[in-house]
Design a protein around this ligand. Sequence first.
Ligand code: AMP
Ligand code: ZN
Length: 315
Amino acid sequence: MKKEALPRNLGVCRHCRVNEAKIRLDYARLSLCENCFVKFIERKVARTINEHRMIEKHDKVLVAISGGKDSAALLHLIKNVVPEIEVMCLHIDLGITGFSEVCRQKAEELAKREDVELMVVDLEGLLGRRLDQLASRYRKICSLCGLVRRYTLNRYGLAYGATKIATGHNLDDAVAILWDFYVKGDLLEALKFQPVTKLAHPKAIPRIKPLIGLTDFELKVYVDIKALPYTLVQCSFGRGSKLNRRKKLVESIESMYPAFKHTFLKSHVKRISPLLSSLPTSRSVDWRSCSRCGMPSKGDLCGMCRIKETLKKRG
Ligand code: AMP
Ligand code: ZN
């Protein structure tokens, strides 16, 4: 169990000074009751959305829901923090036995509960294969899955007329992803990871990460207080992944150095990225249009059409 979650007497809530505090946030040296915790999280998300101008009044937001806790919180928070905007959600059924069935079911329950229209796209329908079946052919199955997810969200987002795509990446994800880039010195890759990203292509929908300032722990507590449907089942390919190992490493640093994750992300976004993006070597990619599907592509064919082509040739 994480240090933050250990039961201890936390005294009275620091915000309302009435209720008993139930949640301890070491990084902020704050103990809150459930009510004040919910308000604290909602205010934080509103601040992130405003600070990075993630959502404006005219936006139609496509929320990517995986069936996990982060995207469950994401949909609920967007609906509550910016209730005036149009929202719909998309779930990609990847076809991973023992995982995708429960994810899809939770995504459906969540959309119903939040009263939001849900599109479900099947990987098998897109590629003629389940991810299970691709795992033996592709060594880097997690990269392939990421590519397919980004492509599908953009493609269906366009079909729906979405002006933004929201994903549930949180602070722990951000630091674990950035960690490797910094350690390897791959700063140009690190530069691509931002709260808001937009490729220089007319068919690329801007992507937003409204939960980037919230920890795994905060999101878990939030979805439990709100009793949102989600699953903790992990994908069999990602369970022992490098990313998960890095998350544990970062967590152990955080336990010795509270607010390490917040400091890391803040220096990435506010200090290092502005410096790097002014370098001549940081010029953005000249995005072309895929000759087959018209989606953004670095070469003649986009990544998705290249996968389709390979599968067709290999049978
Ligand atoms: P992950 O890379 O699994 O941590 O997922 C990051 C974010 O991508 C999630 O919070 C979702 O917003 C989105 N996402 C992941 N898997 C799916 C899926 N199967 N369908 C739709 N969105 C997804
Ligand atoms: Zn294509």
